[in-house]
Design a protein. Structure first.
Length: 274
């Protein structure tokens, strides 16, 4: 109970729920704030001024890089183009050379190892003792009659030191005409040098096939037992590849000149409707 009040006055105020006024504390809060420790400010750091971009320099550098990349791309494309042209020329020249001169790259005539193929001097009669053994390797068959579905002709002239050599009849005809047994797709009927290709389909044979069926050795150096060198021609044009690789086509005039060639090389033949 505050001083100066009677007990009765105090009880009356209590009954009216009157509280004594609060004490003045402003001095206490001010002193508390004065005693609060402040956080020290961070040290000052040197501030770097922003660098000023040179728009002219930035614009000038990019085209230079672009031009450099462009030249690199052009150089690569040019190199590829040169390589492609070189490859095309190489294969074109190689293929062109193969058709006219392939003697150095041609494989040996494997038909020379077949039974009955003879490395002999003239005369050259057809070899028939082992003919049937040679048919399958030569892709020929023993037919009871001529097969005329595919029928073409070539003419063969052979010379030995300028003298004409007879190509015998009945090459590829077993038993000839007196004791006929069979006929193959590749044969001669008479001694006129005409080669007949008579097959049931469009088959391709070579001059090497014909000589092997004949039973006569043929290589790039030898014809039969004659190995002193020879020249050969197709339609009057001298050839350089081995003759055994020649594919037989319609109306070829084929000449083989062993040793000294004749004065005139035949270039055509009178086919008389063949």
């Amino acid at each position: 109970m505050p001083r100066g009040e009677s007990s009765g006055e105090a009880e009356e105020k209590f009954a009216r729920c009157e509280l004594p006024p609060p004490a003045d504390r402003s001095g206490t809060i001010a002193r508390a704030l004065a005693k609060k420790v402040r956080t020290p400010a961070p040290p000052k750091r040197p501030v770097q001024a922003p660098q000023r971009r040179d728009p002219k320099r930035a614009r000038g550098k990019q085209p230079t890089d672009d031009r450099r990349r462009l030249w690199i791309i052009i150089a690569v494309l040019a190199a590829l183009a040169v390589a492609g042209i070189g490859s095309a020329l190489y294969f074109a020249l190689r293929d062109n050379g193969t058709s006219s001169s392939s003697s150095s790259a041609a494989a040996p005539n494997t038909f020379n190892s077949l039974p009955g193929v003879r490395k002999i001097k003239l005369p050259w009669p057809p070899e028939v003792a082992h003919l049937q053994d040679r048919l399958a390797p030569l892709n020929l068959t023993a037919n009871p009659t001529e097969q005329l579905a595919y029928h073409i002709h070539q003419h063969l002239d052979i010379y030995l030191d300028g003298k004409h050599v007879t190509v015998p009849q009945c090459i590829g005809i077993y038993g000839c005409y007196q004791n006929f047994a069979f006929i193959t797709e590749l044969h001669t009927h008479r001694t006129d040098g005409i080669i007949h290709v008579e097959a049931p389909s469009n088959k391709h044979y070579t001059l090497g096939t014909f000589f092997a069926q004949w039973g006569i050795y043929l290589s790039k150096d030898c014809v039969g037992a004659y190995c002193q060198g020879y020249k050969w021609y197709v339609n009057g044009k001298q050839q350089t590849e081995p003759p055994y690789a020649l594919k037989l086509e319609p109306h070829q005039e084929i000449v083989i000149a062993i040793g000294k060639p004749p004065a005139t090389i035949p270039s055509t033949y009178n086919w008389n409707g063949l």
